[in-house]
Structures are given as C-alpha cells and as structure tokens.
Design a binder for this molecule. Structure first.
Ligand SMILES: Nc1nc2c(c(=O)[nH]1)N[C@H]1C(S)=C(S)[C@@H](COP(=O)(O)O)O[C@H]1N2
Ligand SMILES: [Mo]
Length: 524
C-alpha cells in the first residue's frame, strides 16, 4: 500500500520550477531545430550570446577574459545558461501561482531574443522564425506541465473529489515532463551540432580559392545576349539558379574529408580526394541544366559556367567492365542518379565532376563541394549534388532515386522554347513595335532556329542570338507590331539536327514536358 505522502507533491514549487526548466529546454531545442532548417541561421542562443558580447561594457569583458582567459566564451554560455535557468524556474513558479504570468515571462524573453536575432548583421527575413517556434513550444510545455501539476496537487489534497488517484496524476506529470525534456535535449543537441557543421562547411567554402582552369571556357560573345528587356540572361547568376533536390536540410560536406569512390564493375577502384581533384587539369564549360519537372514555360532551368574535371577521364582510370551500361552516382544524403555509361565516356560530351559555378565554389545548395553536370540530360538522371560515389553497374541491376517513383530510366532533355516577354496576360501598346523574346534549348544538340506564330498565322522565323555552344540555351527575338485586340503567341524551336519542336502536349512525368509555350497578350 502506498502511503499518501508519496503522492502528495512535497514541495510543489520545486516541481513548478522544474516545469519552467523543461519549458526553457523546449524553447532552446525547438529554436535550434528551426535554425537548422534555415541552414544554421537564426539561432537565438547564438544571437543572444553575440548580443551580450557586443553590449557588455569593456570592464565586464576584461573581467571575463581575466577570469577565464580563452575560456571566456564557454564561461559566457555557462553564465547565460545559469541566468536562463533561474528565470525559467521562476517563471514556472509564477505560472503555478498566477497563470498566465509565467508564460508571459517566456513571451518577454522571446521578444528580447527576437530583437537580438533580427538585429544581427546579415540576418535574413526568416531569421526570427526559430525564436517564435521556440517560444510557442515553451509556452505550450509550461501550460501543459503546470496544468498536470495542478491536477496532481488537487488529487492529493481532496482524494475523494479527484477523478483519478494522486499517484496516477503524479505519474502523468512526470511522464510529460521527462518526455518533453528528453525530446528537447535530443532535438536541440542534434540540431546545434548540425548547424555547427553547416557553418564549418560554409567557412571552408569561403576559404577556398579555386585553381584556374587548364582549359578555360571562351568568353561569352556579346552577340549571345540580345539585350531585350525582360529576357532571361544568358548566364544565370548563382543566386537566381533554380534549386531542386530531396534534401530537407542542405547537406554540409567538409571538402577536407570529401572523397569520391569509383567502384562496382571496374578493374580498379578509384578514390579521389578534394586536393587530388583540384590538382587535376580542370576544364570550364558553359552548360544549361534543367529539371524534368519543368513545365512548358516553366523556370526550372538555368545556365552556368561550370569548372570541373571530365568524368570520362576518371572512368578511364577505373576501367569499366564490358557489359556495364550505367553509372549510379550517389550523394552523401543517399540520393542517386543513373546515367548511361556511354554518355559519360563520350569524348564529345562535357560530362564533368564540377567544383565551380560561375567563378565561385559551388554554393551549398547546388552541391558543394562537388557535383555532376552532364549536358543533354535532365538533372534527375545526371546532376548529382554532394556526390561521393560513382558505381559502375547496369540498368538491369540498379535504379536511380526517381525511377521507381514513376520517372523514366533515361532522361534526355527535350527540345523546348519559352517566351520570356511579353508575359502571359500582359497588355502591350497597339500599333507600337513589341519585342517577343525568350530562350530555346536542347542541350548537347543545340538550336538552329526558332519560329513564332501569332494567332493562327503562319510560323515566322525569329532572330537568334549567337550560339555559344550546343550545350546551352539560345536567346531569340521576334519584333512585332500588334493591332488592337487579344493575341495568342506561340513559339517552337528547331534543333541543330533539324527536329521541329513537337506540338504534342505532355506533362513532366515520366520524362519531361512537351508542347508549345503559348502566351496571350492584349494590345490596346
Ligand atoms: N543529391 C542530390 N542531387 C540532385 C538532386 C537531389 O535531389 N539530390 N536532384 C537532382 C535534380 S532532379 C535536379 S533538376 C538537379 C538540380 O540542380 P540545382 O538544384 O543545382 O539546380 O539536381 C539533381 N541533383
Ligand atoms: Mo529535377
């Protein structure tokens, strides 16, 4: 038999203080998780620490350094933790005695943290989100736990009036408290470690000086750009380059520990480190990369100057076995792409293991430190980011990530064209010349013509910009003077092989959208 004193909360204020501490842990845990999703940005822990360092009067700083030496930052965190612990314990006690004032203490703390986060130099527009998430978690945990504590106290005080015995209420309080605390600590710690790793990778990226290309790309001729307002630029700036991947949080890969392993059906396994890769004679190529999910008229496509080493040469070292017909590339996060071996071995295809994008190391979200780029194939079968493995195999034996999910095993890019300007649904001036312009592409094949049709008129040749390489898109323009009224504009491309872009409309799945991009404008 249990004695009543076991189930009476001996010192309820202590339990309330503990609830406050768990709420604080929930705040930090969830805020750190939010910061991880933002790529390591917006951590209130880091922001408040930095704000304290910035705001501390010099004598206080000197004292910290004098007392703790180079351990001053650790000491600061210990001090901050102690303050947070005391305040949150107090908030717990307050919440039990006078709800919702304890929760209000957390809200006020959250506003202060929010101020620290959003006023940090270089803070982004979403940086406050982790703090808001953290405060919400803290308030919920505090309210739930103090509610549980109150039920426990009530059940112990007047057992006859309680729906459940005090021992049950006590267990419920403890289970909730321990679960919340455990989750907060695990999620928070894992997230903080993840964010630190991301920031370490970002620092490593900033420190990198890429070597010059042994074979640089010729500079883009002025004639590659038509200079029409509203047309897509020939080279897509890194910040505007579309991003598509399955990574919930961007993988952070330290180049110092990065390796590429070429294995499978090969004579010799090859392992390549970052330093070894950079020491090779690198080549530069302009190439247009597009996503199989791009709709007709969509913007999941971009062109960059890629710096890297031909995959062909690495495969030569490994010596693929006869009968192999596919290379399954694997990313550090498990994503895979199945690329035809013959495409990667072809001398005329600039399939590269890329380290640079438009003169910079690859941005983290575009695959830092190393990715693949294969002109002519959609990204899902060729452009593995954060690549760490090339397995030589057969289509009969292995599948890339998207193949069992309803996408074709092979993904050559379809001949396509797009009207960039005027925009669909826009109004132009009647009787005044308008530049209809856009881009057309079939990477690796090239584009030799573009035609435009107004309404049900005949197809008329557009003027093409200079071609830089068959691997990239080409700008085009068609000058037209509209009559008043509504007009349908359509575009189609003609490839260097003489193929005329099909009118057959297909959705992106399973192997790329097709059809003529059509926009309607009103002239008045
Ligand atoms: N590791 C990894 N690499 C990946 C993907 C991915 O999900 N994970 N997606 C692929 C797809 S579908 C495309 S279209 C391109 C997009 O590259 P980008 O984000 O640099 O534009 O990356 C490819 N490489
Ligand atoms: Mo894609």
């Amino acid at each position: 038999m249990r004695t009543p004193d076991v189930v009476v909360p001996a010192r309820p204020r202590r339990w309330a203080a503990a609830a406050g501490l768990v709420a604080a842990a929930a705040f930090l845990g969830l805020a750190e998780f939010g910061a991880l999703l933002l790529g390591g940005a917006g951590s209130p822990l880091v922001a408040v620490g930095s704000a304290v360092i910035d705001l501390a009067p010099p004598p206080a700083k000197d004292l910290m350094v004098a007392l703790f030496g180079t351990g001053d930052k650790v000491a600061l965190f210990v001090l901050m933790t102690a303050i947070v612990a005391v305040v949150s314990a107090g908030a717990g006690i307050l919440e039990r005695a006078r709800p919702p004032f304890g929760a209000l203490v957390f809200a006020i703390g959250g506003v202060l943290a929010l101020f620290a986060v959003t006023t940090r130099s270089g803070s982004g527009s979403l940086d406050g989100a982790p703090t808001v998430l953290g405060v919400a978690a803290a308030v919920i945990v505090l309210r739930v736990l103090t509610g549980r504590l109150r039920r426990w106290e009530a059940a112990a005080a007047v057992p006859s009036a309680a729906p459940r015995p005090a021992s049950t209420e006590r267990r419920a309080f403890l289970v909730w408290g321990v679960t919340a605390a455990g989750l907060a600590v695990v999620v928070g710690t894992a997230s903080r470690l993840g964010s630190s790793a991301m920031q370490a990778a970002a620092a490593a990226r900033r420190a990198i000086r890429l070597p010059r290309a042994a074979a640089p790309a010729a500079s883009v001729p002025a004639g590659a750009s038509l200079g029409v307002a509203g047309i897509t630029p020939y080279v897509t700036p890194n910040a505007d380059f579309y991003r598509i991947d399955t990574a919930l949080s961007v993988p952070s890969v330290d180049p110092a520990t990065w390796q590429l392993r070429i294995h499978g059906a090969v004579d010799h396994e090859v392992v390549l480190t970052w330093d070894q890769l950079l020491a090779l004679p690198l080549e530069e190529h302009y190439a247009t990369l597009s996503c199989v999910s791009n709709e007709v008229g969509g913007d999941l496509i971009g062109t960059a100057r890629w710096l890297g080493y031909p995959i062909r040469a690495l495969l030569e070292r490994a010596g693929p076995h006869a009968g192999a017909d596919m290379v399954l590339s694997r990313s550090i996060d498990g994503f895979t792409a199945g690329t035809p071996l013959d495409v990667l071995q072809d001398k005329g295809t600039a399939a590269i293991l890329a380290v640079g994008m438009n003169g910079e190391p690859l941005p983290a979200q575009h695959g830092f430190p190393v990715r693949m780029v294969v002109p002519g194939l959609y990204g899902y079968v060729s452009a593995t980011k954060w690549v760490t493995e090339l397995e030589v195999t057969r289509f009969a034996d292995a599948q890339g990530y998207w193949t069992p999910r309803g996408w074709s095993e092979r993904g050559p890019v379809k001949l396509e064209s797009r009207v960039d300007t005027p925009r669909d649904g826009s109004t132009v001036e009647a009787g005044k010349q308008v530049a209809i312009a856009g881009v057309a592409w079939q990477p690796h094949v090239g584009v030799r013509g573009v035609q435009v049709r107004i309404g049900n008129g005949s197809w008329q040749d557009a003027t093409l910009a200079d071609s830089v390489s068959a691997d990239t898109w080409r700008q085009w323009v068609f000058r037209w003077t509209p009559d008043a009224g509504s007009h349908r504009i359509q575009v189609r491309a003609i490839s260097a092989d003489g193929e005329v872009q099909t009118s057959v409309e297909r959705p992106p799945a399973p192997n790329g959208a097709s059809g003529w991009h059509t926009v309607t404008v009103r002239a008045s």
